[in-house]
Design a protein around this ligand. Structure first.
Ligand code: DQA
Length: 149
């Protein structure tokens, strides 16, 4: 069995389904977890799914991923636009990372257009709601498969 894919979610994503549904949709974080687990399973991967409102906890999880994960999918929420600590953790992670967002951050307020973490990720997917996560699984599984050979 390959190591799991770590799927990390930042602040306020625990409120998914209740929080600004016109922006983030009606799916809950549990729905996201189920859909991501199913999609990863099709590629032979399990997932470790976490959400935290605390920056340091996300950093801890990324550090853990260095040795325990095949790769990382991260929606850092608002920390995307502020966190050098999460950037540094991802740069040190030494496993392939994908950044995801439910909403199209480029269609929104200007402060959301910049991501501190994109430069540590091999791809960024945004604007497709829960499907952003599923597309990230596809991209990451393909990358991990290619890295094997
Ligand atoms: C988000 C976009 C961020 O700008 C915002 O702070 C979030 C969610 C998204 O998934 O669309 O919390 O990462």
């Amino acid at each position: 069995m390959p190591k799991p894919i770590y799927v990390l979610n930042g602040p306020n994503l625990n409120l998914l389904g209740q929080r600004e549904p016109e922006v983030y949709g009606h799916a809950t974080l549990d729905d996201v977890r189920e859909r991501v687990a199913a999609r990863a399973g099709k590629h032979g991967f399990s997932i470790e799914f976490h959400q935290s409102n605390k920056e340091g906890e996300l950093v801890d999880r990324i550090q853990e991923a260095r040795s325990k994960a095949s790769g990382v999918i991260i929606n850092a929420g608002a920390y995307t636009h502020t966190s050098v600590a999460i950037l540094d953790a991802l740069l040190a992670a030494d496993v392939p990372c994908v950044e995801v967002h439910l909403s199209n951050i480029f269609q929104r307020e200007e402060f959301r257009h910049h991501s501190y973490i994109s430069s540590a990720c091999f791809g960024v997917i945004c604007g497709f709601g829960v499907k952003s996560y599923e597309l990230a699984v596809e991209a990451l599984a393909e990358r991990l498969e290619a890295n094997k050979s």
